[in-house]
Design a protein around this ligand. Structure first.
Ligand SMILES: Nc1ncnc2c1ncn2[C@@H]1O[C@H](COP(=O)(O)OP(=O)(O)OP(=O)(O)O)[C@@H](O)[C@H]1O
Length: 263
């Protein structure tokens, strides 16, 4: 459904600060894929997301959605079908607005422009949707979102995004800023929503064990390249040790991401 062909991204081209963040990447994301992405520091993981989301245009190459060339489609247009969650829980929701107002906005997005006003039926629906999170948020519809904890806020962001039914979701270390208990909870909700709503998802994680445990496909990036793309049996049989060994075998160097190896 999303395809990258020979995509490269160079920042500050022709200056002393020139950085080749993505180099000749080919990637075909199939409908229903849940892809985890792991990689050393500066490997190009976030840049890959920025290219898919349209935050940056590639220096070279093309990006397609269902065979339509979207290489030059601006980010705000792609946002109609690509959902994205960042590491920072403050970014996905409006803190100075209530839960119900936040949810109304994302609900409207799901209905692609239909005028929708907040009424008791919609409130009841929001309550039911929030119950699924099992965080007690169903009784806090009128609370401002900035009263929520980081974990609650990230779970709400996830729920709102899922309910707008994006064709593709990009999760950029979305549990990395949470304490371990909340991180595990949000990760489990993520898995559950992806399965229940049959979403196509790409998730960057610094945790190799999670990259192996979640999803049907795993990418490893290094120095702007996808150096490993595994799925099926090969992914199921993968272990952290085997993954580190694979990295050494391919790159003939140490894996430079302390967080990955320590987590
Ligand atoms: N806007 C930008 N301007 C200049 N250089 C950039 C920009 N964004 C990323 N880079 C550079 O591109 C390379 C890849 O960065 P990117 O953030 O994609 O890596 P990453 O794999 O997400 O790293 P990390 O795990 O450390 O977050 C790095 O060398 C980075 O400094």
């Amino acid at each position: 459904m999303i395809r990258l062909e020979q995509v490269s991204k160079v920042f500050n081209e022709g200056t002393v600060n020139e950085t080749r963040a993505i180099h000749n990447v080919n990637l075909n994301v199939k409908e229903g894929d849940f892809i985890t992405v792991i990689g050393s520091n500066g490997a190009g993981k976030s840049t890959l997301f920025n290219l898919i989301a349209g935050t940056y245009a590639p220096t070279e190459g093309k990006i397609f959605v269902n065979d339509a060339d979207i290489t030059r489609t601006p980010e705000y247009k792609r946002a109609k079908y690509i959902g994205r969650i960042f590491q920072n829980p403050l970014l996905g929701t409006a803190g100075n607005m209530s839960l119900e107002d936040n949810m109304t906005i994302s609900h409207k997005k799901g209905f692609k422009g239909l005028g929708i006003s907040l009424n008791s039926r919609l409130r009841e629906r929001f309550r039911k949707e929030l119950e699924v999170l099992d965080m007690g948020l169903e009784s806090r519809l009128k609370n401002n979102v900035n009263l929520l904890s980081g974990g609650q806020r990230q779970a709400l962001t996830l729920l709102m995004m899922v309910l707008s039914r994006p064709a593709l979701i990009l999760l950029d270390e979305h549990t990395a800023a949470l304490d371990p208990r909340n991180a595990a909870k949000v990760l489990e909700l993520t898995k559950r929503f992806i399965e229940e709503y049959r979403l196509t998802a790409i998730m960057i994680t610094h945790n190799m064990a999670n990259a192996i445990a979640y999803g049907n496909r795993l990418l490893m990036m290094d120095a702007g390249e996808i150096i490993l793309d595994i799925e099926g049996r090969e992914k199921q049989d993968m272990t952290v040790e085997k993954l580190v060994d694979k990295f050494h075998a391919i790159r003939k160097k140490e894996f430079e991401n302390d967080e990955v190896l320590l987590s």
